[in-house]
Design a protein around this ligand. Structure first.
Ligand code: CA
Length: 223
């Protein structure tokens, strides 16, 4: 049972190298060279993870990520060319699960793929459901519901929310939340946590109000 990785990269050579490295690790690989094809393949092949370049023909990576996130929690690792793109990414809060800045080593990309898939599988997490008011966080299936409606969050966002949901009413510090998300420490800092919280709050809709900022301390879920 090998996972399927969708590589979205318009530069053939870069895509070829990633494909070769991933196949060596026994992953199945699908390839798309533009954003429109990427969305078609995402629907058709149902990949377990998407490696997504940002600058793409027809539909760019930002838009692809937005469309995927609107409907699912399929893990996404963004391949960005510049630090400015990374800033834009974090600012937009598209919910990528990880980021790799070019030029990257294919070995590192494969390591990130493994880490994100491991995180997404939730193997290490206990099977538990936390309920606070109308909010429900299912750690086992990584499903979050507000008022019975499924909310599409990234795996990092679910993990962050789970920490808060385990101890409703208690303030959790940013550092603690950051550790829980398992985000790569290369780019992640407290700003990453703030960005996650902002996105989670927005995505939760009516339940978003429960997520409180405690100035100078961290965050908590109001009971
Ligand atoms: Ca490109």
């Amino acid at each position: 049972m090998s996972a399927t990785i969708l590589i979205v990269e318009d530069e053939t050579r870069l895509g070829d190298i990633l494909e070769e490295y991933l196949r060596r690790e026994n992953y199945r690989v699908e390839r798309a060279k533009d954003g429109a094809r990427a969305l078609e393949l995402w629907r058709a092949a149902k990949p377990d993870l998407i490696l997504l370049d940002l600058m793409l023909p027809i539909i760019d990576g930002f838009e692809v990520a937005r469309k995927v996130r609107a409907e699912s929690s399929t893990p996404i690792i963004m391949l960005t060319a510049r630090d400015e793109e990374l800033d834009k990414l974090l600012g937009l809060g598209l919910g990528a699960d990880d980021y790799v800045v070019k030029p990257y080593s294919p070995r590192e990309v494969v390591a990130r793929v493994k880490a994100v898939l491991r995180r997404a599988s939730g193997v290490l997490m206990p099977s538990e459901i936390y309920r606070i008011g109308t909010l429900e966080v299912d750690i086992h299936s990584f499903v979050v519901r507000c008022g019975g409606e499924v909310v599409a969050l990234t795996t990092s966002e679910v993990k962050l929310l789970a920490v808060l949901a385990k101890t409703p009413g208690h303030v959790r510090q940013r550092a603690e939340l950051l550790a829980a998300t398992g985000d790569s420490d290369r780019y992640a800092d407290e700003r990453t946590v703030d960005a996650h919280v902002k996105n989670v709050r927005r995505k939760l809709g009516a339940c978003g109000e429960m997520l409180e900022t405690v100035r100078g301390m961290g965050y908590r879920l109001r009971v």
